[in-house]
Design a protein around this ligand. Structure first.
Ligand SMILES: [Cu+2]
Length: 267
């Protein structure tokens, strides 16, 4: 299923099922297409003009033909309803119960802002009036007690391996889409909405690099929704660390460091 060239490397718990779904959907679509196509060809030949020169009058109407058409309709309806159930959102509740890492990702033209609640596990208050590209891209109220230890990163997401993660996805301006191909995660970021996305990384960046034979390779965090002129440039990296390394990284990040990184990017 994840052979070379067919799919990206698989690095999440649920990803195998997404890959299977892709194959299943295409299989079903081909079957339904062939069904309708067969019916079309059959009707062309069976009811051709030479055989039925006069319109009206008694015409052969085989029962099986109706049954066949109804069967196709039922299959399609079942697929439409079945595949449109919001699986991704339903999975989030479970993940939160399993001590998930929670983070916010706020998209904007053209960057990903990644917000960790810090040691207290509480996201600090934000105020749109405080938003400044550079020093305070999310408008974090630094005086707020919950905001003091919050970490805000630019185009960089860091997660621990084998632990569920829940991302609360939103956007500051237009519709973007968070795409993590190796994790089979793709979710639109919509202004005015906070959309939770849950998944569990199963491969560290170190293991990924080894697999690819490239010690600079990173998991990509890309925008999958054409969102403006620099859409192509809206990309970052997702680093997956061992649980211990993640804890150490989190403890090490201070608000001051990240402020300097921001200034460089927006200059
Ligand atoms: Cu975008």
């Amino acid at each position: 299923m994840t052979g070379p060239g067919l799919y990206p490397v698989l690095a999440s718990l649920h990803g195998g099922r997404i890959d299977l779904l892709m194959v299943a959907v295409h299989g079903v679509i081909v079957t339904v297409f062939l069904g309708w196509f067969y019916l079309f060809i059959f009707i062309l030949i069976r009811f051709r003009r030479a055989a039925h020169a006069q319109p009206g009058g008694a015409r052969p109407r085989p029962r099986w033909l109706y049954a066949f058409a109804i069967l196709l309709l039922v299959v399609e309806l079942a697929l439409d309803l079945g595949f449109s159930s919001p699986y991704g959102v339903a999975g989030v509740e479970d993940k939160l119960k399993q001590n998930a890492v929670e983070l916010r990702v706020v998209a904007q033209q053209y960057a990903w802002n990644v917000h960790y609640p810090g040691a207290d596990g509480k996201f600090g208050r934000t105020d749109p009036l405080l938003v400044r590209n550079g020093l305070n891209p999310l408008g974090l109220v630094r005086g707020d007690e919950a905001a003091k230890d919050d970490i805000v990163l630019l185009n960089q997401m860091v997660l621990p391996v084998d632990r569920p993660a829940v991302i609360y996805l939103s956007s500051k301006d237009v519709i973007h889409s968070l795409n993590l191909p190796e994790f089979r995660v793709k979710q639109d970021a919509i202004p005015g909405m906070m959309i939770p996305v849950g998944f569990t990384p199963t491969m560290t960046t170190a293991a990924f690099r080894k697999l690819k034979g490239d010690d600079k390779r990173d998991f990509e965090m890309a925008c999958a929704q054409l969102c403006g002129l620099a859409h192509f440039n809206m990309r970052g990296t997702l680093t997956v660390l061992s649980k211990e390394a993640f804890a150490a990284w989190l403890a090490d990040k201070t608000p001051k460091q990240e402020a300097e990184e921001y200034d460089e990017f927006w200059d």
